[in-house]
Design a protein around this ligand. Sequence first.
Ligand SMILES: [Zn+2]
Ligand SMILES: [Zn+2]
Length: 195
Amino acid sequence: MTFKRTRCPHCKGKLEGAQRIHPHCIDAYADAQAAKADRARARAARMAAKVEKAETRKRREALKRIPDLIKEAQTAFNAWVRARDAAQPCISCDSPPPDLSQLHAGRDAGHYRSTGSASHLRFHPDNCHAQCVKCNKWGAGRAVDYRIRLVRRIGLERVEALENENVTHKWQRTELTEIRDTYRAKTKELKRGKP
Ligand SMILES: [Zn+2]
Ligand SMILES: [Zn+2]
C-alpha cells in the first residue's frame, strides 16, 4: 500500500507532485537516519552490557560461601562503627580520635564480646566500638577497660544485656547480604552528613 506524502520527512516542508522527499534533503535525511540508528544500537549495547553485568554479579554472589559473606558483612558493619564513632574517643583507653576529617585513620572497630566466641553478636551495634589499633591488638587484655567505658557510653543495663545474650545464631545468606548492603548504605549516609 502506498500513500501520498505531502510533507518532506526531513525538513517537514511541502512536497511537490509525486516527490517523496526534497532532492536537496536526501543526503541530510540519510545522515540523520544513520545517526539515529547508531544511537539506537549504542543504547541496545549499553542495555545488554548492563544486563550482563547484573547477571555476572548474581552468579558471583551465588558462588560466595557463608564465610565470605560473613567477612563482607563484617567489613561493612565495622566501617559503619568507625564512621558512627568518628568523634568518640577509643572505647578502652579514651585517647581522642586521630583526626575528624579522616574517619578511619588509625582506628579499628573493636568488639566487646569477640566475634570468635560470640559470633551471634558480631553485628550488634552495642557490641562494637571504635578503638585504637593498639588497644584492639591487646584484645582480651583490654576487656576490663572496655567494659568501664562501655557502661559509661551505653549504660549498665545494655552492657549486661550483651553479657547475658548467649543464644547462638547461624547466619544465613540473605541475612548476611542484607546486613552488608544496609551497613554500606548507612555508612555512605553518615559520611554524606559530615562536612
Ligand atoms: Zn525537505
Ligand atoms: Zn585505645
